[in-house]
Design a protein around this ligand. Structure first.
Ligand SMILES: *Cc1c(COP(=O)(O)O)cnc(C)c1O
Length: 341
């Protein structure tokens, strides 16, 4: 068979937008979603007073499609992205895009862009971005009544340059999420608030921010776009319990992998910043970050160093097992892998 794959240098891709051929579009009007189409038009035209533009009524998801070792194209746990998007939508007074339709739209988007799914072993994946926004004009503060749901696809490489080289974090004087309990909503409104802290962190030579809880500033929460896990000296995996962090699907999967595949003890609990100096390893986790080792964390004049040289031993095992499951080298738990092609 002749490959129709696009002529892309897969292994040098960064985490950026590359236009692909098709995106999925469905519109909500008069209380219902239309049947949805694949479109070649990457532009969105909106009224100047659209709800998304005036009051940021929008949320999103992120997931990836992979080429497996035996040449299939699969997606990782899209049902959980559908569920989380439904929760984000509800909190933002937007309609639910039904789970079955969400999964169907993911499948259609990937199938329509198969030539952009990076080959097995290239280190790249096809990132999918489902999102929804209020599209009709509003000017009084109220929810829109018309919405658009879209999914686009873009091939991506590693989120942090250098792949699995340890990164540095600093504790900023900012809160991660917009206030009033919106930290568990995956939405641009929280990311908008993180843009200044991330630019500031980069200017000071750090890769990301480690946010503490806004009420007491003593507990570890997460970074701008990824959850955090730690490995204790006796090889237990611990991760922050907090109602204001985004419930990461990668984190849930890693905790399961740690327990069921690696036989490690796991714990979700409040973690004081004070105690993280006693841990052995630290890593960020998320769809984009996968599992990225944290080499050091700086809080004002305090510096905690794990290793700026390489990923910790337990983190490496977690990384290898999770990516092994995603790429089809290791048998997945039932329901984790959605085969697309
Ligand atoms: C998306 C996201 C994560 C990671 O979640 P995954 O489901 O693992 O991709 C973590 N934190 C924030 C703030 C996020 O937006």
């Amino acid at each position: 068979m002749i490959s129709t794959k696009k002529d892309i240098d897969w292994s040098s891709l960064g985490f950026g937008y590359v236009k692909t051929d098709y995106r999925y579009v469905s519109n909500y009007k008069d209380g219902k979603w239309d049947e949805g189409v694949l479109s070649t038009d990457e532009t969105v035209t909106l009224n100047e007073s659209a709800g998304v533009l005036q009051y940021a009524q929008t949320c999103f998801e992120g997931l990836k499609a992979y080429t497996t070792a035996d040449g299939h194209v699969v997606c990782f746990r899209p049902d959980l992205n559908a569920e989380r998007m439904a929760q984000s939508s509800a909190r933002l007074e937007m309609p639910i895009f039904p789970k079955e339709r969400f999964i169907d739209a993911v499948v259609k988007t990937v199938k329509a862009n198969l030539d952009y799914v990076p080959p097995y072993g290239s280190g790249a994946t096809l990132y999918l971005r489902p999102y929804m926004f209020g599209s009709n004009p509003v000017i009084g503060v109220k929810p829109a009544t018309e919405f658009q749901f879209r999914i686009f696809a873009t091939p991506v490489g590693p989120y942090f340059k250098g792949g699995v080289k340890p990164i540095s974090l600093r504790v900023p004087d900012f809160d991660r999420a917009a206030p009033r309990g919106t930290g568990h909503v995956k939405a641009g409104l929280n990311y908008a608030m993180s843009l200044h802290p991330i630019v500031d962190a980069h200017n000071q030579g750090y890769n990301e921010n480690m946010y503490l809880d806004s009420a007491t500033r003593t507990k570890v929460e997460e970074t701008g776009g990824a959850n955090i896990i730690f490995v204790t000296k006796d090889n237990k995996i611990v991760t922050p319990k907090s109602s204001s962090i985004l419930p990461s699907i990668t984190r849930r999967s890693l905790m399961y992998v740690a327990k069921e595949y690696l036989g490690l003890e796991t714990e979700e609990r409040e973690i004081l910043f004070e105690e993280i100096k006693d841990f052995k390893e630290c890593a960020l986790c998320g769809t984009a970050a996968v599992l990225s080792p944290v080499g050091k964390v700086v809080n004002k004049d305090k510096e905690i160093v794990y290793s700026m040289e390489k990923m910790g031993e337990i983190s490496k095992k977690l990384y290898d097992t999770l990516t092994g499951i995603q790429m089809g080298r290791i048998e997945a738990p039932a329901g984790w892998i959605k085969v697309i092609d």
